[in-house]
Design a protein around this ligand. Structure first.
Ligand SMILES: *Cc1c(COP(=O)(O)O)cnc(C)c1O
Length: 403
């Protein structure tokens, strides 16, 4: 594809108008929306309304003027992006905390003891699972390779915990097939959607999934440290209990009772007071999906990926992301022993991707705001950095705390 052809693809792109919903900085090609989504144009005004009108003028009255329902309202806006019903999703806590709540809940409700997950899963998923199994007598965590997950689901497996799209390689599980295998063995299935929701099609109910969690600050554009979300299929809502039984998950928080009585439905997964400012920013991020279908996101993501791979093919980079669109998410990753300095040289040249230890160069292809021209120019710059060897300059070797 030539630059003119890339521009023609942008002109024909049904999602092209969504780019103006974001305040992207000049001179930057942003290929890291899978790690921190871009700032929506509407967010600053909505935040300032919340602080300067609602908080300052309405004070405590704000709770009855939309604040207290924010977790449910925002959850309902996430639901269509993940194939869930509105009352099956709630925006609350972090992905890590939501994982803990669901893992412990399943172990406590199950006669089985094993949580099964994948070696190389996102670190917090494994770390939280390690801590969660210590909270339930006789529970254990079993970590196996990706290839042996299906075969390892056994008579003691209470829960299979997997990340739908892998954060490094972008490999995507067939959600329906693994969920069916888990159910056939009598296990429940918990999907982490952090790298899928908002970028590729997700159909939790179509796959008969039991539980899910996901992140608000990646493809959902909720801002740094945005609240996460949690999904519990309707059929499980009455029987699973939140181990972080805080007052906001109580059936009647303002009855101020001593004894905990869980709220019916999804509300019981709340713990403490909702972070209203942060939930409002997430709500602004979700508004960027108005009028956008999952099929459009998925098609654009696949087309951006195709352009990237075609342009990168001549660079001799080892791509670790599967080629088939249904087998991957919305980022593309390459293995290179000098990934760190190469990524730094790219950032200096205005192409922001990221580095994942020890040797992965990762580029997020955010379908909502990335243009074909962006991918064309980014690959041109990548090619220049590799062919000139500019990344060898000593300043690109310095390490930073967050990568
Ligand atoms: C980003 C990400 C998280 C983040 O968890 P936090 O609690 O928000 O830090 C968790 N799981 C996966 C798979 C992720 O990609």
């Amino acid at each position: 594809m030539t630059l003119d052809e890339a521009r023609a693809a942008d002109a024909a792109d049904p999602l092209a108008h969504c780019r103006s919903r974001f305040a992207l900085p000049e001179g930057v090609i942003y290929l890291d929306g899978n790690s921190l989504g871009a700032l929506p144009v509407a967010t600053p005004a909505a935040q300032s309304d919340l602080v300067e009108r609602q908080w300052r003028d309405r004070l405590i009255r704000g709770w009855n003027e939309g604040w207290i329902e924010a977790p449910q309202r925002v959850g309902a806006k996430i639901a269509p992006l993940i194939g869930a019903k509105a009352h099956e999703v709630i925006a609350t806590d972090s992905t890590s905390a939501n994982l803990f709540k669901l893992i412990v809940a399943v172990l406590q409700a199950s006669g089985r003891h094993t949580v099964l997950s994948e070696a190389g899963n996102f670190p917090t998923d494994l770390h939280v699972a390690e801590g969660a199994v210590k909270c339930v007598p006789n529970a254990r965590l079993e970590i196996v390779t990706r290839e042996s997950i299906a075969a390892s689901i056994g008579p003691d497996t209470a829960l299979v915990l997997l990340t739908h799209v892998h954060y490094k390689t972008a490999q995507r599980y067939d959600m329906k097939s693994i969920t069916t295998t888990a159910h056939a063995a009598g296990a429940m299935m918990l999907w982490d959607l952090s790298h899928s929701a908002g970028a590729v099609g997700v159909d939790l109910n179509g796959a008969d999934a039991d539980l899910a969690v996901g992140c608000g600050y990646k493809y959902l554009n909720g801002g740094p440290g945005s609240p996460a979300y949690l999904f519990v299929a309707e059929r499980h809502q009455g029987r699973l209990a939140n181990p972080l039984s805080g007052w906001m998950g109580h059936a009647e928080p303002f009855a101020f009772a001593d004894a905990y009585q869980p709220a019916p439905g999804i509300d019981r997964w709340l713990c403490g007071t909702p972070p209203v400012l942060a939930l409002s920013a997430l709500e602004s991020g979700l508004a960027c999906f108005d009028g956008v279908t999952m099929a459009q996101l998925e098609a654009k993501s696949a087309a951006l990926f195709e352009l990237f791979t075609a342009r990168a093919a001549a660079l001799g980079l080892e791509c670790v992301t599967p080629a088939g669109p249904a087998a991957r998410g919305s980022h593309i990753s390459f293995r290179h022993p000098e990934a760190w300095p190469i990524n730094n040289a790219l950032i200096e040249a205005g192409v922001i991707g990221d580095f994942r230890a020890p040797d992965i160069l990762r580029f997020g292809l955010t379908p909502l705001y990335l243009a074909f021209e962006d991918v064309w120019c980014a690959t041109e710059i990548l090619s220049d950095i590799l062919s000139t060897g500019r990344w060898r300059e000593p300043r690109f070797a310095a390490r930073s705390r967050v990568t």
